[in-house]
Design a protein around this ligand. Sequence first.
Ligand code: GLU
Length: 428
Amino acid sequence: MPIQHEIPSYLTPHGTGPWGVYLEQIDRVTPHLGKLARWVETLKRPKRILIVDVPIERDNGTIAHFEGYRVQHNTSRGPGKGGVRFHQDVTLSEVMALSAWMTVKNAAVNVPYGGAKGGIRVDPKTLSQGELQRMTRRYTSEINIIIGPHKDIPAPDVNTNEQIMAWMMDTYSMNQGSTASGVVTGKPISLGGSLGRQEATGRGVFVVGCEAAAKRGMDIKGARVAVQGFGNVGGIAARLFAEAGARIVAVQDHQTTIVNENGLDVAAVQTHVSAHGSVAGFSGAEELKDRAQFWGVDCDILVPAALEQQITEANAHQIRATIILEGANGPTTPAADDILHDNGVLVVPDVIANAGGVTVSYFEWVQDFSSFFWTEDEINLRLTRIMREAFAAVWQLAEDKKVSLRTAAFIVGCTRVLQAREMRGLYP
Ligand code: GLU
């Protein structure tokens, strides 16, 4: 009898998708983990994967089925934590990678969580509000067995928002028989949400952007910024950079790319997007015909704030920015990382750059337990402090070890996770 392969099929082959990118990043950090490298296999296998069928009755009386996931990558340092994504391209391996990046991110900024992520393969634009609510509630009910304020705490991600979080909190609470506000973060303020949470990811991108610019001797005032994605991360980061005197010279969204060398009027772009769902047709800018031209736009700071694997070996050579701030999770492939490094481009990795969201999620969770709520100033002050300290620590380590900021951030994060793993010991 041939010996059965003991690695589950979804873990192999690694392929070129987000999970393959994550595994390559782990391989790159492993030589820097010393004796803890003994435990590194832990990081290559999610702790727990749940695949659920999500059936709903459509408004026209037919039944539709969607595939949903919740992956708890690691819980060595605390409960699972990470968002829920609704997108037509969601796959299990994507959610696995996103959950793993949450593990590294939460450890890199030292919030007391493991890493998790969830998602449903659906284009939410094709659903009515009623259908969206039924799908969200059924999904929550299906993953109810593994989530909870002390087990795993979902939050918003691509195409999910505070309304979805309110439905998730209500569904979980109905199943429990009592209101459990700490089961999700990113809730509406009236339901135990935190001031500053909605802006937190974009604000964090801005804060580390200022730190990185200072290291490169770049003045934010007058700096040219290009942003991919104009949602909750890219839109807010663009606004904060513009308020600080930067010029937003290009914005790309799912439909089109707009450019204006003199700087876009960000508030006007926001108004246009609220009305039309895209930057397409915005009058105060030119539209680029070819999407790929976005990467060659002359700018100082580039903020990919959309989806994974946008900066690849196919376009990394074109990039003219001196700083890249990863607002998205996993936007740069390892091959692109190497090209950017050779070209002297400073990449502030996702696990630091976009950690502001989960940091304020942590504040929200703490406030829910104590039922005592902080002011927005307090939130922003604490957020800024954590982001600056995390950036400084990673910067120092990168200098000392002569590695990239990504490898340095992974050294900090993975070391914390594997130290906890080792201290806890293997059960039984
Ligand atoms: N979805 C966000 C992220 O990718 C936030 C997760 C959270 O707040 O739990 O970091």
